[in-house]
Each structure stands twice: as structure tokens, then as C-alpha cells.
Design a protein around this ligand. Structure first.
Ligand code: COA
Length: 170
């Protein structure tokens, strides 16, 4: 039985640890060590994470199995969104689950949290960007009704990659 809890500033170290571990598990097989290190140092820096937690337009949630944090979600509203900054949309910036917990619907639970928030706020749509080679995630979002509407570039270290932008209209 997994539960969802909002991440607070006291959780920043745990968020950093889980963020780095899940990012490494997901992408290290596809990218150079240098690019990974550069990205991890820039994006999972404690000061940056603290600012993101404190941003009133961004929220992080942990999925927990007892005491253990097994996945997390980051959502952005309004100006905190990384690309489209519509006031009637919600961006799912990250859903990351520990590899040993894949396939147990933890990702689904985190996604449904984002969906519930978007509905409560009476928003028009949810959107997100996924790396074009991330088959598992693409399939996961398609299964939940998301459709491709655009593409944009994502820089990992020195490597410029292509993200598929997907949306779900409510
Ligand atoms: C994508 C992710 C969030 C899904 O979480 P999860 O807890 O495994 O999800 P669920 O158990 O609810 O669903 C698994 C779904 O993944 C997809 N999937 C699983 N294995 C797959 C495979 N080998 N190939 C393609 N799709 C696959 C299917 O859609 C599957 O749904 P189904 O079981 O109904 O067929 C998780 O795999 C993850 O954290 N991946 C690494 C991080 C990432 O890529 N995040 C997305 C980018 S922001």
C-alpha cells in the first residue's frame, strides 16, 4: 500500500537522494558519464531544490511504502512551467519511481495525484515532455490518454536531445 505525501523543505536531502538515484537508474545507460554528472550537479543542487520546493507554483510529492520513499512527482503551475506557461494548464515535470518498484502502479498513483489537482483547480489541460527514446514513459502516458502535440529540445550536459510534448485535455 503506497501513500502520497507533499515534500517539505525538511525533506530536501531525501528528495535530492531519490532524485539523483532515479535519474541515474533511468538515463545512465543512454548517456555519457560526463553529461550525466554535469546534469546531476546542476539540477539536483540543494539550493536549486530548496528554491523549487519554496516556489508557490511548484509542488513535489513523495510516494511512500511505509517509511521508504519510492518515487516522486513534480508539478508546475502558471509561470513555474518549463515551457508553455498558460494559466489554465498543469505541467507534470517529473514522475520518477525507483527501478525496483516499476510496474507496481506507483507511477500511476503519482500521475493520478497530478490529475486530481488539475481537476480541482478546474484547469483545461495537463502537459509534459518525455525523451523520444523513453519508450516506457511514452507508453505510460499514452495509456493515460496523452497525445503528442509538439517537440522541444532538452540539454543533458553537452548533449541536445529531443523531447516529445504530450497533453491531456480535461
Ligand atoms: C514511467 C514510470 C513513471 C511508470 O511508473 P510505474 O510505477 O512503473 O507505472 P505503472 O506500474 O503504473 O505502469 C507501468 C506502465 O509502464 C509501461 N511499460 C512497462 N513496461 C514497459 C515496456 N517494457 N515497454 C513499454 N512500456 C512499458 C506500460 O504502459 C505499463 O502499463 P501496464 O502495466 O498497464 O501495461 C516509471 O517506469 C519510471 O519512473 N520510469 C523512470 C522515470 C521516467 O522515465 N519518468 C518519466 C519521465 S518524466
Amino acid at each position: 500500500m503506497f501513500i502520497i505525501n507533499q515534500v517539505t523543505i525538511e525533506d530536501v536531502l531525501e528528495l535530492q537522494r531519490l532524485g539523483k538515484q532515479t535519474f541515474i537508474e533511468t538515463f545512465s545507460a543512454y548517456n555519457s558519464k560526463e553529461d550525466m554528472e554535469q546534469y546531476l550537479a546542476a539540477s539536483f543542487n540543494l539550493e536549486i531544490l530548496k528554491k523549487e520546493i519554496e516556489n508557490s507554483n511548484s509542488t513535489f510529492y513523495f510516494a511512500e511504502d511505509g517509511q521508504k520513499k519510492v518515487g516522486y512527482l513534480k508539478i508546475n503551475l502558471g509561470p513555474a512551467q518549463s515551457d508553455i506557461k498558460d494559466s489554465d494548464s498543469l505541467e507534470i515535470e517529473r514522475i520518477y519511481v525507483l527501478k525496483t518498484y516499476f510496474g507496481k502502479k506507483v507511477g500511476q498513483l503519482l500521475y493520478e495525484k497530478a490529475l486530481t489537482i488539475a481537476k480541482e483547480l478546474k484547469l483545461t489541460y495537463l502537459w509534459l515532455g518525455v525523451w523520444e527514446k523513453n519508450e516506457r514513459a511514452l507508453q505510460f502516458y499514452k495509456k493515460n490518454g496523452f497525445v503528442e502535440f509538439d517537440q522541444h529540445q532538452f540539454v543533458l550536459g553537452e548533449d541536445v536531445q529531443n523531447d516529445i510534448l504530450m497533453k491531456l485535455t480535461l
